[in-house]
Design a protein around this ligand. Sequence first.
Ligand code: AP5
Length: 216
Amino acid sequence: MILILLGAPGAGKGTQAERLVTAYGLVQLSTGEMLRSEVKSQSELGQKAKEIMESGELVPDDLIIKMISVRISQESDAEGIILDGFPRTTEQAKALDIMLKEKDLRINHVIQLEVNEEEIVERLSGRFSCTDCGMGYHEKFAAPVNKGICDKCKSTNFTRRSDDSPKTLRNRLSAYKEQTALILPYYSTKGCLKSIDGMAEMDIVFDEIKKMIDGD
Ligand code: AP5
């Protein structure tokens, strides 16, 4: 199964992808996470991507397509793949079609999580994660059970993403509206686009996604 999660920054793509991994044994491929790990390791790609990500712009299509095609090939035996944050431009969407066709795979669902801007700002200004295991949290909506201690690995070290700053977030939102939102008609024409109210509570959003998958 190939499932694409689409939505503005903070729409809940990563949150829902993590739950889908646990519930269905799917593999999550997040281009944002891959790029952050390239930046951390100071690879050639990471060095090219760092400034662009810090500004909130999109990393060039050729770099992204090369990076994701390697990972999709590595995971071609997986139960299914969740694409989180990819594709983000029409060019990327077309390249994905070619990659999947070569592997005799097809897109089963493109799920758009719809969230308004006010909510996005609240979500991203309160987001943090465990430095050691990467578990994601939110000050108000998903705080650790014991304050200051990671539920998963008991670490007491937490980090915030540098691109969640108000200035970078404005650019990320513009990039979404001006480039990524353009791929919605592309998938709508293909008949595989479904929209979900991403403003609802996390459990409700997850139930809606499950209904779509289980209804297949
Ligand atoms: P990326 O890492 O993909 O960031 P993004 O798309 O901006 O999305 P986020 O990870 O910020 O949000 P999310 O939708 O996953 O929300 P989350 O679940 O965390 O990309 C970063 C950068 O990399 C880009 O700006 C670009 O430069 C580059 N890049 C990546 N992919 C690229 C590509 N394909 N092409 C070109 N460049 C690329 O939720 C957010 C918060 O809200 C959390 O705290 C969570 O707990 C909370 N929350 C989630 N759901 C709910 C809910 N229902 N109710 C209340 N709170 C909720």
